[in-house]
Ligand binder design. Structure first.
Ligand code: NAI
Ligand code: MG
Length: 355
């Protein structure tokens, strides 16, 4: 029995979580696995009721669970709030509380969707299927000191980029382990020609790679990687990188696949519960219309089965069902081609569930 905390959140969050739950119920029947779902309030929805984006009850529920499936949070209604009350704080706080230091984002371009990618020619020839492993709790976004100083006429602002060898080691291991289950290639991305943190990054990754003689390691500068992702994304298997570079590169990679509505993610650490969520946000522009693409959330559930529960067969079953649905021509509006029929969120969930 697996205890799953469901945190639907705001906007299309609840709409896509509903479909993922539907698919998990089908998996439960087919594979004889038992899921115990508990729902928690998070984001703007939680602020409205409890005055906080991540109430204690939700955090306790999460800590008692085996894995967390998260929808999305945020919306214009809460944009005026001060920083610590904003819905988006919930996700940052969750990552910190659960010590989730690695963010895994697969970018796959499904054969049947290649036409909707802006780079279709590259992708068809390059067969895009890569995984970005981004360090999530260190580097520039968390380093101190940070702040401002007034020095006479000018204002000085500063951030600090810090990494310890331990922080690098543990996320590197995640990347090498993941590569082992894939095409056994890690590209570590840094700026070692300029940054001291990157020099240490390279040294530590080289050291860790000795534990994985079956995995091929190469290093690439981040500016070159940004270019190579567009020129020839098929060359990559696993990309390992630090927080800031990973933030930018993973958004870049997401565009290659056609729609953000297709992209799942996992945030993992040394021990669970880990957190799974679609890469997209709450999409206020389409919320409530029942047209959101539920695939990103459904594939996030598949990642949960794989990484948290080691239910590989069940995870593969979901991935196959998604691919098959696309092959059969089922589309939501964000991935539609020409005059093809467009399904509602719940119809897409039904199709995937039945396959
Ligand atoms: P967004 O990802 O919500 O939307 C970007 C565009 O993609 C919109 O046009 C939207 O309609 C479309 N889109 C997103 N998901 C889709 C899906 N499943 N199916 C079809 N179309 C989809 O990003 P945006 O607009 O920058 O942010 C909206 C709100 O979400 C903001 O409040 C932001 O802070 C929040 N956000 C929350 C995240 C999270 O909960 N982890 C992540 C990113 C943004
Ligand atoms: Mg980003």
């Amino acid at each position: 029995m697996y205890n799953i905390a469901l945190l639907p959140g705001d906007g299309i969050g609840p709409e896509v979580i509903k479909e993922a739950k539907k698919v998990l119920y089908a998996i439960q029947e087919r594979f004889g696995i038992k899921f115990n779902f508990k729902e928690g309030s998070v984001g703007g929805a939680a602020y409205e009721v409890f005055g906080a984006p991540l109430p204690d009850d939700t955090l306790n529920l999460v800590k008692d669970s085996d894995a967390v499936l998260f929808g999305a949070v945020g919306g214009p209604k809460w944009d005026h709030l001060k920083r610590e009350l904003r819905p988006e704080q919930a996700i940052l706080k969750l990552r910190k509380e659960l010590n989730l230091f690695a963010n895994l984002r697969p970018a796959v371009c499904y054969r049947f969707l290649a036409d909707s990618s802006p780079l279709k020619n590259n992708i068809i020839s390059g067969n895009l299927d890569l995984l970005i492993v981004r360090e999530l709790t260190g580097g520039l976004y968390f380093g101190t000191p940070r702040g401002r100083e007034n020095t006479g006429q000018t204002v000085r602002a500063f951030d600090t980029m810090v990494y310890t060898s331990e922080e690098i080691k543990r996320v590197a291991r995640v990347a090498f382990e993941a590569a082992r289950k894939r095409r056994k290639k890690v590209t570590s991305v840094d700026k070692a020609n300029v940054l001291e943190t990157s020099k240490l990054w390279r040294e530590v990754v080289d050291e860790v790679s000795k534990e994985y003689p079956d995995v091929e390691l190469s290093h690439m500068y981040v500016d070159n990687c940004a270019m190579q992702l567009v020129l020839n994304p098929g060359q990559f298997d696993v990309i390992l990188t630090e927080n800031t570079f990973g933030d930018i590169l993973s958004d870049e990679a997401s565009v290659l696949t056609g729609s953000i509505g297709m992209l799942p993610s996992a945030s993992i650490g040394e021990k669970g519960p880990f957190l799974y969520e679609p890469c997209h946000g709450s999409a206020p522009d389409i919320a409530g219309k029942g047209i959101a693409n539920p695939i990103a959330c459904i594939l996030s559930a598949a990642m949960m089965l794989e990484y948290s529960f080691d239910e590989k067969e069940a995870a593969m079953c979901i991935k196959d069902a998604v691919e098959k649905s696309l092959e059969l021509g089922y589309r939501t509006y964000d991935i539609k081609e020409g005059e093809g029929k467009v399904l509602a969120t719940s119809e897409m969930g039904d199709v995937i569930k039945k396959i």
